[in-house]
Design a protein around this ligand. Sequence first.
Ligand SMILES: *Cc1c(COP(=O)(O)O)cnc(C)c1O
Length: 488
Amino acid sequence: MQYTSTRNAALRASAGEAIVTGLAPDGGLFVPVEIQTLDINALQGKTYAEIAAVVLGGFLPDYPAEFLQQAVSQCYTTPFGGKAGHMVSLAPDLFSLELWHGPTAAFKDYALQLLPKLLVQGKQQINESSQTLVLVATSGDTGSAALSGFAGVEGTSIACFYPQNGTSLVQRLQMTTQTADNVAVYAVKGNFDDTQRGVKTAFSNKQLAQELAAKGVKLSSANSINWGRLVPQVVYYITSYLQLCHQGSIAYGDLVDYCVPTGNFGDIMAGYYAKMLGLPIGRLLCASNENNVLADFMATGTYSTKRDFYKTSSPSMDILVSSNLERLLYHESGSDEAVRSWMQQLATSGEYTVTPQVLEAIRESFDAGWADEAAVAQEIQAVYNEYGYLCDTHTAVALRVVREKRLQGGYNRPLVVLSTASAYKFSGNVLQALGQPVPENEFDAIAKLEQLTNTQAPPQLSQLAQQQERFSAVINRDEVENIPLTLV
Ligand SMILES: *Cc1c(COP(=O)(O)O)cnc(C)c1O
């Protein structure tokens, strides 16, 4: 399989090049030139890692099969405690795909455990001998998952920058207790925007790039537009569908709907690729929080960032520019020229409108809905009361959207909700939704939620309270660009 750019369909790149370079030279995203269908039925009975090896092998034909087999078995067995792709039934037609059994208890682990390995192997394939220094600006979740993935991976190092008082205690400890030699973590004075601006300045500093190059080091990012972050997510759509077959909830070929709590449109886009492989997906239901830019887009064809930005209880979905949507626009319009024009309009005027034909094509596979903060809290309570099931704020957005669509008479097929984080990552919000007072200390909140619901927090979260904080540096935004040279 070869790759091209959403903004220049004449470009060709190997999977290795796409993953190592991240963004196409024209600023577009890498997408497959064509996708051949896969005999998914033949994968029944295989393990998560076995299925991952087959699916990734199709998308990454230049990666040796042995390498992929080894990489996926390292990533998806022990680090996920044997629960990769774990799914539970809430009702005969409603399933929760729990994607939070990995090292940092959120779904980003699926991509970020594997990406470092794909990057190192990709460099080998394109004869890139430099060391990779990854810089990440994080508001919490991405940083911890990236640190965990890159920890100890030879040929790479990673520096994470987070806003000094902008993360939860658990999120901070997930970062600052990392022990590997090749990781570093810094608090930046200010908010997430300040942090991000500091990191962007480092990336655009040409002198820094030259001085690093002289030492054989190249900067890289781990953000979710990298093809290497998207492709691992295709796998769990397939394993969840096959599990429904295995447990007799459906017969192979029956359509299943998926509802995905969405921010940057990466996770749900992986579902679209699973559908292109031939997975019998009915509809991909995109669920947003109060930052409902995608719901408006699917309803009207106009994508507009000219709106208020809300900080919600589902912070990983607080996004106004959903970068991965560009991939869908390319596939459904079939026109790099149209994508270039829309992205240009987005950059200059904050909005664009697709043609009615493109909107209609998108709606053949997608639908959208959103939930406000009160509805999310109600949903956490309702799901707990009805199913005895504890869900986090992001998952609750999706469950709420499903509830409303079903009340309107739609979505009668079996439906899988992607559960993207453990409820214990957002213990305070969840306790509050359940009508409980919220202890000030986050570990007290975790303990209280355990007691109240008679469930257990993922040990990787509760154990953080006992671990030593290793990184305590606090820096100014304009000091971020000085850090890389101190690390090489
Ligand atoms: C990142 C994230 C999302 C959104 O995923 P996208 O791929 O950005 O759409 C949803 N829930 C959680 C918990 C996340 O960390």
